[in-house]
Design a binder for this molecule. Structure first.
Ligand code: C5P
Length: 215
């Protein structure tokens, strides 16, 4: 039996990890899970339910969750992103979403050759033993500009300054929180996308992966 290809990626907000993860998933036929979307989903539940938002509501919604539910456009807003980074600090909430991520990581449907997950604690908690571990980053102004352009394409009313501010808030929270903070593990390969095109970044990752996979 062939061993599953497992790829773990961590990155700060808007560093290009999602774009790369999608390209890698397509190229190697891997199940892709953007774990940030799970926290965005919970952040959105909090916005929608206000005072009715509690752990049992989260549990109920997570038990029915499918990857396709995470594709909703509502989850892309800046407000939801900020709320996501607040709920992501809660130990009990992280526990509630743990098994969903583990199932995707270790038991992808048979049609896939493996899995690729990206987020903040994938290399350090969720897929510690992944065959490939990457830490993708870029300087903060580049990240803010990329996210600003993405939001503009979605017709969101937001300024570059607001995006930059929100990324700074999220970085601070994601790197410094007590539970599962964002960090580069020593066994992760650092990829800085600041001066790389999407294609050249993908080729760099592909070269690393092909070497080990002996493609
Ligand atoms: O990746 P994205 O920007 O969509 O993530 C939204 C928020 O979810 C992050 O700012 C972070 O606080 C949280 N998150 C997390 N752990 C993950 C993925 C995302 O805490 N594995």
């Amino acid at each position: 039996m062939n061993k599953l290809i497992q790829v773990a990626i961590d990155s700060p907000a808007a560093a290009g990890a999602g774009t790369q993860a999608k390209l890698i998933a397509k190229h190697y036929n891997l199940l892709y899970l953007d774990t940030g979307k799970i926290y965005r989903f919970i952040g959105n539940l909090k916005i929608k339910n206000k005072k009715k938002f509690n752990y049992s509501l989260i549990k109920k919604n997570i038990s029915k969750l499918k990857i396709k539910n995470l594709q909703s456009r509502i989850l892309l807003s800046n407000r939801v992103a900020l709320e996501a980074s607040i709920v992501a600090k809660d130990k009990k909430i992280r526990k509630l979403v743990y098994s969903f991520q583990i199932k995707c990581a270790y038991k992808p449907p048979k049609k896939f050759k493996g899995s690729i997950l990206d987020g903040r604690d994938i290399t350090s908690v969720i897929m510690k033993k992944a065959m490939f571990k990457f830490f993708i980053t870029a300087n903060i102004k580049t990240r803010a500009l990329r996210r600003y352009r993405e939001l503009k394409l979605l017709n969101k009313k937001i300024t570059y300054k607001e995006v930059l501010k929100s990324i700074k808030i999220r970085d601070k929270s994601d790197y410094n929180r007590k539970i599962s903070p964002l960090k580069k593990t020593t066994d992760s390969i650092l990829i800085n996308t600041t001066n790389l095109t999407k294609r050249s970044c993908f080729l760099k990752i592909k070269q690393i992966m092909d070497k080990k996979l002996k493609y």
